[in-house]
Design a protein around this ligand. Structure first.
Ligand SMILES: [Mg+2]
Length: 273
């Protein structure tokens, strides 16, 4: 855990102090996950929305920072619809599909398009199970089992049903009550973060996430920070219904309680100066 996380005081003030110092290094940007970070985890994944206060805070930050990017496992157009904030760059499907602020459609590589049939084939193996929702996102898929009667039993059943995915060029990822089917070599939230930092020439970056899929994003910023290439702040966000994973806490400089506190953090950050 970073030195800063052991400082006393309330996490929100602490995070703000650190973030203000980071974004003073311009150009500066915000890279953030969506689900569980700025949106409370809800039973119906399609019903996720930004927590109160987050839309206006994000919109203000798009004017203040060189870039505000949502780096998410969601399909890019879903992420835009759910956030509803103009001016944000969206790196969707775990950073493999890009939606520019002014674009109507995401940019998807030929490699990602080629995986769609394989993704469909693999997820078709998952039988109907109570409380299990399969979300086909094109070149990736999510199997949500939050609402299964016994989530602990649903997980191995889902994994067994998916079976061999590697021979299709796919891999399995795990999140909070979710199984992700993703490409082996098309990138992740870490490669997306590096691409954003490089493209905008960022000297300061605040990253926010709540889950193990965000660790690649955290590591990208930590590595660049360690190399002296930028100032960075890694913010973990807890949840009201779940403990934030230990690995996320360990990789974070500071941990905010939940998406509501994350929204207050962004609101205060956007109002500075
Ligand atoms: Mg998340």
């Amino acid at each position: 855990m970073a030195e800063s996380s052991r400082s006393p005081g309330d996490p929100l003030s602490h995070a703000l102090g650190l973030a203000r110092a980071v974004i003073a290094h311009e150009p500066a940007g915000l890279l953030t996950d969506f689900d569980g970070t700025l949106s409370p985890i809800v039973s119906d994944p399609a019903a996720a929305r930004l927590v109160d206060g987050a839309p206006s805070a994000l919109e203000r930050l798009t004017r203040r920072l060189a870039v505000v990017a949502v780096v998410t496992g969601r399909a890019p157009l879903d992420a835009r619809r759910m956030t509803g904030v103009p001016g944000m760059l969206i790196a969707g499907n775990h950073g493999t599909e890009w939606l520019e602020p002014d674009a109507d459609e995401p940019t998807v590589s030929a490699e990602a398009v080629a995986l769609r049939a394989a993704v469909r084939e693999v997820i078709a193996r998952v039988p109907e199970m109570p409380g299990v929702v399969v979300e086909d996102k094109g070149s990736t898929a999510s199997v949500h089992f939050r609402n299964a009667p016994d989530p602990d039993a649903a997980l191995p059943a889902i994994l067994e049903a998916l079976g061999d995915v590697e021979s299709h060029g796919l891999r399995i990822g795990h999140g909070r009550q979710i199984v992700e089917v993703r490409a082996v070599n098309l990138g992740d939230k870490g490669t997306a973060s590096r691409a954003i930092i490089e493209r905008f020439g960022l000297r300061g970056a605040v990253v926010m996430g709540d889950d193990v899929t965000d660790l690649d994003m955290f590591a990208a910023v930590a590595d660049l920070r360690d190399a002296g290439e930028l100032k960075g702040l890694i913010v973990g966000v807890g949840g009201s219904d779940h403990e934030v994973p230990r690995a996320v806490v360990d990789a974070s400089d500071v941990v905010l309680a939940d998406p509501r506190e994350a929204a207050r953090f962004l609101d205060a950050l956007g109002r500075d100066g």
